[in-house]
Design a protein around this ligand. Structure first.
Ligand code: HEM
Length: 179
């Protein structure tokens, strides 16, 4: 078997992407408490509903929790399983699919929530007595958010499959070690 440390450098991108998402998430987090921005978010329904809810808390929570935390955990588990169990990850190709589907998915999810949150928010403030303007925009939101959410979901499901198949390989070795 080759040296696992040599094989693992391709996992570095998980850590870099996680740090980048935390950067976006923390800048977003600070901006959303600065009073003029906070007042604008409140005026469009944040955090309870309406366009504001898309920006705060949905976009903010997801870029931090999925972009920052989950992507880090994915990379860490792909590194740690071979280290702990001495077995190879089932598919390196699926590791890269995990990374790109989850990362492009969370960027799509975040930017969709931000674009529609701002766009619908502006329409709401420009037409406070007429919801048609907001609805005229919102009808595009459904298909777009469904598409990017599915992309993000594919990243999670590829990860689950790759981990479960890897662990399945591991079980026989546990039994052979028992007296
Ligand atoms: C400087 C950094 C951050 C600031 C200033 C900040 C600020 C905030 C604020 C003001 C809220 C409340 C929003 C509301 O009640 O409408 C919030 C909610 C939240 N934040 Fe942060 N945040 C920061 C970093 C993070 C990080 C790193 C994570 C995750 C790893 C995170 C995850 C969340 C979650 C899960 C919520 C709850 C969303 C919900 O209500 O459903 N935040 N943050």
């Amino acid at each position: 078997m080759t040296n696992q440390f040599d094989d693992t450098r391709y996992l570095l991108k998980f850590i870099l992407a996680s740090a980048f998402c935390f950067f976006i998430g923390t800048v977003h987090g600070v901006l959303q408490v600065i009073s003029p921005i906070r007042a604008w978010l409140d005026s469009i329904g944040s955090p309870y509903g309406g366009p504001g809810h898309m920006i705060d808390p949905l976009a903010h929570a997801h870029i931090n929790v999925i972009g920052g935390v989950v992507i880090f955990i994915m990379g860490a588990s792909y590194y740690l399983i071979p280290q702990i169990a001495g077995i190879r990850i089932y598919s390196k190709k699926l590791v890269n699919h995990t990374f790109w589907w989850t990362l492009l998915g969370i960027f799509g999810f975040y930017s969709t929530l931000m674009v529609f949150g701002i766009w619908e928010g502006q329409a709401l403030l420009a037409n406070p007595d007429n919801d048609d303007a907001v609805q005229a925009i919102h009808r595009y939101y459904g298909p777009v958010i469904a598409t990017v959410s599915t992309g993000m979901g594919v990243g999670f499901w590829v990860y689950f499959f790759n981990i479960f198949v890897t662990i399945k390989q591991f079980k026989p070795s546990i039994q052979s070690k028992q007296p």
